[in-house]
Design a protein around this ligand. Structure first.
Ligand code: ADP
Ligand code: PHD
Length: 433
């Protein structure tokens, strides 16, 4: 479907009724005339709120107040949307929302009273996925009223984005996803819809259970659907002017990259540039689909295009990852760290689902820097305690400078005590307090 485009709207761009109206205007004023698939994230900080609710429920603590606050936030958005789009049928929208809220709270009560889910992670997906289900209901309803000619239709992501049962990080079953996506989209277009709206971040297993694709995974959903539909392009609408050389919330004086290659961007995302989910680039690069990053606050502005291109050297990019943990494994008897030891350590890291951000070895010890998760680090320690002496430090920060020069290293390292440092020809990384 080479005319089809994919838009993705993240949490900031749907955070309240005014933001949803802005989305409708972007689609009307800047959107294509042809078919458009819209991928929607949960409103504002809803996913964090659902994580908190799930944690409380899993621990057997009271989650009712937090759940009521989340329901009120969405109800309030429905009421405000109805004031902004008078043709919207508020009682019907509220009824649909309340239905979803009731499903969510039933699930939580069931877990609380009857039995815990088979694992923390499987229960997480059933609960945390509601953020996207709520937001997609609001956005698809608003679009259907705002642009009646486009006959916007909701396509449930659980039916088209097929995954295995890797909870919280569902692995895409590509053949099934491609077949179902084509089938649902073709049918909806044949029925007269021009705009299809679906949930980002969530998928479904073959037996109908909901999975999630990893935090901030809605960008990835957009790329998956674009790949399966051989779309013309993907546009992700953000609260920044495009892909910048650093996060403007952290670093002053950022510059925008008007054009950048898939390869450079994939590395920036991998090192932690949170503007794009790291898995997003591969499906697009595989099919040569350009990715536009544009500002929903200034939709007429140029933004960034990420595609297959050659460009001159880029300004150094600065990336910060907080909440890091530096773990070191030491042999107990002064024997060298061998390949056999490393195989055991890597297997345990994979089992504990701890991803390595940086690693380094010396004669008798091996160190890795990972994102910190108390639950996962403790599992790792349990797995390896017998064989190795283990030390770990938390509350650390990992900085990466891509395309570094002497001045950028000096700028970032000045006054900091470095616990680990590493450089390749293009990348300088260090971990510090
Ligand atoms: N290199 C970068 N360029 C632009 N924005 C960045 C970069 N690195 C981090 N960011 C941050 O990413 C944010 C947008 O991404 P995100 O919050 O995931 O959006 P959404 O959830 O709305 O999709 C920006 O507000 C900015 O703070
Ligand atoms: N709502 C999910 C998925 C997502 O992609 O969100 P956003 O597009 O707002 O980063 C999360 O917060 O993780």
């Amino acid at each position: 479907m080479e005319h089809l485009q994919v838009y993705k709207f993240g949490g900031a761009s749907v955070k309240d009724a005014a933001a949803i109206l802005n989305l409708c205007r972007i689609v009307r004023d800047f959107g294509p005339q042809g078919p458009l698939v819209i991928v929607v994230s949960a409103m504002g900080k809803t996913t964090n709120a659902l994580e908190e609710i799930y944690d409380l429920a899993y621990r057997g603590e009271d989650w009712n107040q937090q759940a009521a606050r989340l329901a009120a936030y969405h109800e309030n958005a429905c009421e405000e949307l109805a004031a902004l789009i008078p043709s919207l049928n508020l009682p019907q929208l509220l009824k649909q929302l309340q239905h979803l809220v009731a499903d969510l709270t039933e699930g939580l009560k069931f877990m609380h009273l009857v039995h815990l889910p088979e694992s923390y992670d499987s229960g997480y997906d059933q609960v945390v996925s509601y953020g996207e289900r709520f937001s997609t209901l609001l956005v698809s309803t608003a679009l259907a009223q705002f642009l009646p000619d486009a006959a916007a239709q909701h396509v449930p992501a659980q039916l088209i984005v097929n995954t295995d049962e890797t909870w919280r990080e569902g692995k895409i079953e590509w053949a099934a996803t491609e077949a179902h996506t084509k089938q649902f989209v073709t049918k909806a277009l044949a029925d007269g819809a021009r705009i299809l709206v679906t949930e980002g971040f969530i998928g479904g297993t073959a037996d109908g259970r909901t999975t999630t694709l990893g935090r901030e995974g809605s960008d990835y959903t957009a790329a998956i659907l674009a790949y399966c539909l051989r779309a013309k392009s993907v546009t992700i609408w953000k609260d920044v002017a495009g892909l910048l050389n650093a996060d403007p919330k952290i670093f002053p004086d950022t510059v925008r990259y008007p054009e950048i290659s898939y390869r450079e961007t994939i590395e920036m995302a991998y090192y932690g540039a949170s503007v794009i989910h790291p898995k997003t680039l591969k499906p697009l690069a595989d099919r040569g689909i350009p990715l536009y990053v544009k500002s929903f606050l200034d939709p007429a502005a140029e933004g960034t295009v990420i595609h297959d291109c050659q460009h001159p050297a880029l300004a150094p990019a600065f990336i910060r990852k907080t909440d890091q943990c530096l773990l070191s494994f030491e042999s107990k008897d002064f024997s060298f760290i061998s390949e056999e030891n490393l195989a055991v350590i890597f297997a345990a890291l994979a089992q504990a689902k701890l991803k390595i951000n940086v690693m380094q070895n010396s004669a008798i010890s091996f160190s890795v820097c990972t994102d910190f998760s108390e639950r996962r680090v403790h599992l790792l320690l349990d797995l390896l305690r017998e064989q190795f002496k283990l030390h770990y430090n938390t509350g650390l920060t990992l900085f990466t400078i891509k395309n570094y020069d002497a001045a950028s290293i000096q700028q970032l390292t000045a006054g900091r005590a470095l616990l680990l440092e590493q450089r390749t020809r293009s990348t300088f990384q260090f971990v510090c307090k």
